[in-house]
Design a protein around this ligand. Sequence first.
Ligand code: CTP
Length: 404
Amino acid sequence: MFAGKKILVGVTGGIAAYKAAEVVSRLRKLNIEVHVAMTKSAAEFIAPLTLQSLSANPVYVDLFDEPKLWNVEHIALAEHVDAVIVAPATANILAKMATGIADDFLSTVLLATRAPIYAAPAMNHAMYHHPATQENLTRLKERGIKIIGPGTGFQACGTEGDGRMSEAVEIVETITQLFSKSECLKGKRALVTAGGTQEPLDPVRYLGNRSSGRMGYAVAQALQEAGAETILVSAPTDLPAPHGVSRMSVQTALEMYDAVLANFPNMDVIVKAAAVADYRPATRAEQKIKKDGTNRTIELVPNPDILAELGRRKTSQVLIGFAAETENLLVNAQEKMHRKNVNLLVANDVTKPGAGFGSPTNTVSFLFPDGRRIDFPQMSKLEVARNLVGEIANLLGDCNKGVK
Ligand code: CTP
């Protein structure tokens, strides 16, 4: 089932480094191609030869002493693998990952790769609870890096507490879940809208909103990770297009309407995360509007509701809407879900701290037309997106077991 998959196991210098041998061995038993990169201190804890024998591949330790397999090997390896797992992940590598330091082979690959990254922290419990480590972990989670564990129990330093590396079996199960998920949407076509539309008043001004586009971009990334061919119809944002996603840039609600409707018949999944202006100025001045000291009134005319139009035209497509509310969240969201005929509505109260516009995190509920509701705690937008993709796979009925 996992044949053809490629994983890089990054081993850093902690007492749990010996458990990396079991991680490598378990992955190999699943027919996964395993590469290993170790830090110099990890090589003090476990011999590279052990991991080389178990992985059946050369082990990378020093940036300037790379095994000669590819050109510019750290970059080639970064692009070659489907996932990276750092196990054990010391406080030091977590700090380097959080700040983008790349001063050895492993940290350089971690900066260069676009593959999903997992980290299994392992350290003394005081180091784990230090605010610096906790802040680094929060930053990494916000960026979509999946943290596995740590567990609690007896520690090598003789104390008890959090900080033990999760067991190899748990680490391998988490990664293989990702691979099962990535099969789920293979062959499916998805369209995501993101960002806030801009409605011009004159050549230099527009009516806009506070959407950063982050939620929609995270959804596009998660769909692409899950194997769907993904188009992102994006209103202006500062964000780079996620790797492997094709982006169509639009400015106004009418341009977004045209782009979405043109692609709609070929799509299996549509996620409308964009904040679309409900109104636009009735006229657009040819020249910059000059001030004259008097009051001004701008006449607005309604824009089409793109999602509602898709809800009317929908045949077999899975249609996902968002509802950004500032009051009566669930009542308003339920009403939108039925009015727009969507299969799932992601509801969020944008007034909550750590949720909504501009924030890297979100706190959402998924509502379904059959009355089901899933409430999530605050998490990174990429984690919300991956949960959403799990539900999309379930709605498409492609993954028998479902994915979460
Ligand atoms: N939406 C859309 N076209 C519009 C307005 C909204 O496609 N002209 C979509 C959004 O992309 C989102 C959902 O409808 O998926 C809900 O958007 P929201 O702004 O929360 O709701 P509105 O329908 O605009 O209702 P209201 O402004 O009254 O809350």
